[in-house]
Design a protein around this ligand. Structure first.
Ligand code: NAP
Length: 245
């Protein structure tokens, strides 16, 4: 399904990004996986190779322009093109508004929003020349709904939706589509630390009655990365068990 395509996934060392990388590779894409933890990335490369796929690790911090440029450059150097960029790297630094530190705001915005901007800018330079490409931004249901204690995170994720729509309008003429996926509550390291009571409370707000899996998100990304979604751009695809409609 994705044979011959080259896909870059940020935040691929664990969780949702790792699942996305494995699914894209299983469908034939050559995947370039990125995050800061080089050891975990190398383990993922070995896993993907063991599953018959092709993969390259490029470690770096998405919040740094030089690292974002190097990520795209190394993908082109290794595989000759960039067809799919998944901006998935993300962090939380939760606290109530009145207690939120400047650095908690800056770190979250720099990673979640500026990181996606930097990688999109670098990838768009390649994709517009190719006259084809797919950019998929991993936002969040709380970017649509808001969430107490997550002003920084929700602002970054709502910002990603604006970035998605602007870039979709700007790049459409060059046959580059840009879409966002908004996961609901997904079982990963990011949600592992939530107290059981809070998890139970959250689950009652989900019509499908359970948290989602990393694979649920990866399936949506695969669709948006594939030729089957060629006429879809600037859209926000909620994968949230009905939590937000
Ligand atoms: P996770 O398990 O904490 O993984 C986050 C990934 O981002 C890791 O691979 C991490 O790798 C990478 N990362 C963090 N900061 C980075 C930086 N500065 N530069 C490069 N990579 C960085 O999180 P997850 O739950 O899989 O979440 C993945 C994405 O889905 C995030 O954007 C998150 O906001 C979004 N999301 C998650 C949920 C959920 O319920 N889990 C819900 C909605 C949206 P390193 O630490 O090695 O850099």
């Amino acid at each position: 399904m994705l044979e011959g395509k080259v896909a870059i996934i940020t935040g691929a060392s664990r969780g949702i990004g790792r699942a996305i990388a494995r699914q894209l590779a299983a469908l034939g894409a050559k995947v370039v996986v990125s995050a800061r933890n080089a050891t975990l990335l190398q383990e993922l490369v070995e896993t993907i190779k063991g599953e018959g796929g092709e993969a390259l690790a490029v470690d770096g911090d998405v919040a740094l322009g030089a690292d974002a440029d190097r990520l795209i450059d190394q993908a082109v150097a290794a595989f000759g093109r960039v067809d799919i960029l998944v901006n998935n790297a993300g962090i939380t630094r939760d606290s109530l508004l009145v207690r939120m530190k400047d650095e908690d705001w800056d770190q979250v915005l720099d990673t979640n929003l500026k990181g996606a901007f930097l990688c999109s800018r670098a990838a768009a330079r390649v994709m517009t020349k190719q006259k084809s490409g797919r950019i998929i931004n991993i936002s969040s249901v709380v970017g649509e709904m808001g969430n107490a204690g997550q002003a920084n995170y929700c602002a970054s994720k709502a910002g990603l939706i604006g970035l998605t729509k602007s870039n979709a309008r700007e790049l459409a003429r060059r046959n580059v589509t840009v879409n966002a996926v908004t996961p609901g509550f997904i079982t990963t390291d990011m949600t592992a630390d939530l107290p059981e009571k809070i998890k139970e409370g959250l689950t009652t707000q989900i019509p499908l009655g359970k948290m989602g899996s990393c694979e649920d998100i990866a399936h949506a990304v695969v669709f948006l990365a594939s030729d089957q979604s060629a006429y879809i751009t600037g859209q926000v695809l909620g994968v949230n068990g009905g939590m937000y409609m």
